[in-house]
Write a protein that binds this ligand. Structure first.
Ligand code: HPA
Ligand code: ZN
Length: 322
């Protein structure tokens, strides 16, 4: 069986990270935004990352091309169309409103375009999708709270909150207040932790923010007691192998801890993170893992099943997929 045929849920994808260079050029021309080149291949050649920050610098710069509701719609539709072909039946999609607000784009434009894309994708592709609003950790806790408050009129358009951007130096403890408010609002909670930061970031996200899933979490493996907690509580880890190699969190795919994490009984899922930058969508991530580690049918089926178990779908809908 080819991996592309595995139906999966994708739980760790930044919609801004699905901006392919072809669409980047189209939007730059549409909105008169200057780019270093208008050749998609030449732009892709600039994507040589040494760590998370070197990626984030280019990623934020490119987002200046997103100006109108139609731009956000096109971005959302392009991802959902590609994801559907990759076998994705359910997508829980991160977006970074603070980046767009800083670019002068009102929340109404961001939500308008993305929510319309999700609705059309459900109708035309049969894919179920929801949004998770992420706070940029480098902007701190107070800015995160202001963002959540500004998003209150759109509460019916996102199902949860997350935490992304530069990890080291911006621990979960800075965001306890805003996550408490999100909890009180009935929102789901996730956080990037243990990507570049150590196991303590994962512990804090669990203990101080009450997150239901950890995004990445690969460095949890360094702490045996933490692994036991994650295993016992079956806290999902949304792992992104190609991202980890591209950003050098892991030196090469053959050294990725995912097979070990699976073997000890952690609830691991496979995801694309920022597929336009890291060389592949969820099917590509699964294919690369299968090739590298000769994963068998049982392991692949476990990864596919885990993705739905870890999703925020209602229990009856989950059961239809597993
Ligand atoms: N890590 C942290 N923040 C991000 C990422 C990531 O991989 N992608 C987009 N924002
Ligand atoms: Zn991410």
């Amino acid at each position: 069986m080819t991996v592309a045929t595995w139906p999966v849920a994708e739980l760790h994808v930044h919609i801004e990270g699905t901006l392919e260079t072809e669409l980047l050029v189209t939007l730059a021309r549409r909105n008169n935004v200057e780019l270093p080149s208008y050749d998609p291949a030449a732009l892709r050649d600039l994507y040589r990352f040494t760590d998370l920050q070197s990626f984030l610098d280019i990623y934020y710069e490119n987002l200046a091309v997103l100006r109108t509701e139609a731009d956000f719609y096109d971005l959302g539709m392009a991802y959902l169309t590609r994801a559907s072909a990759a076998g994705v039946r359910r997508a829980e999609i991160f977006f970074d409103p603070q980046t767009h607000l800083a670019n002068g784009i009102p929340l109404d434009v961001v939500f308008g375009g993305l929510t319309r894309a999700l609705g059309d994708a459900r109708a035309t592709l049969g894919i179920s999708a929801d949004l998770i609003l992420c706070f940029l950790r480098h902007l701190g806790g107070r800015a995160a709270m202001e963002t959540l408050e500004a998003a209150l009129p759109y509460l019916d358009q996102f199902i949860g909150v997350g935490l992304d951007s530069a990890e080291v130096g911006f621990p979960p403890s800075l965001f306890t207040e805003v996550f408490a408010k999100a909890t009180a609002l009935g929102l789901h909670r996730v956080a990037h932790a243990g990507e570049e930061g150590g196991p303590d970031y994962v512990r804090e996200a669990l203990d101080l923010l009450g997150v239901e899933r950890i995004d990445h979490g690969i460095r949890a493996i360094e702490d045996h007691d933490l692994v036991e907690i994650l295993r016992k509580r079956q806290i999902p880890l949304t792992v992104c192998p190609l991202s980890n190699v591209c950003l050098r969190a892991i030196p090469m795919l053959g050294l990725h801890p995912l097979p070990a994490m699976l073997a000890v009984g952690l609830l691991v899922t496979v995801n694309s993170d920022d597929p336009a930058y890291f060389g592949g969508y969820v099917d590509d991530n699964l294919a690369a893992l299968q090739r590298e580690f000769s994963l068998d049918h049982h392991q692949m089926a476990t990864l596919a099943r885990n993705s739905f178990v870890a999703s925020f779908l209602p229990e009856d809908e989950k059961r239809r997929h597993i």
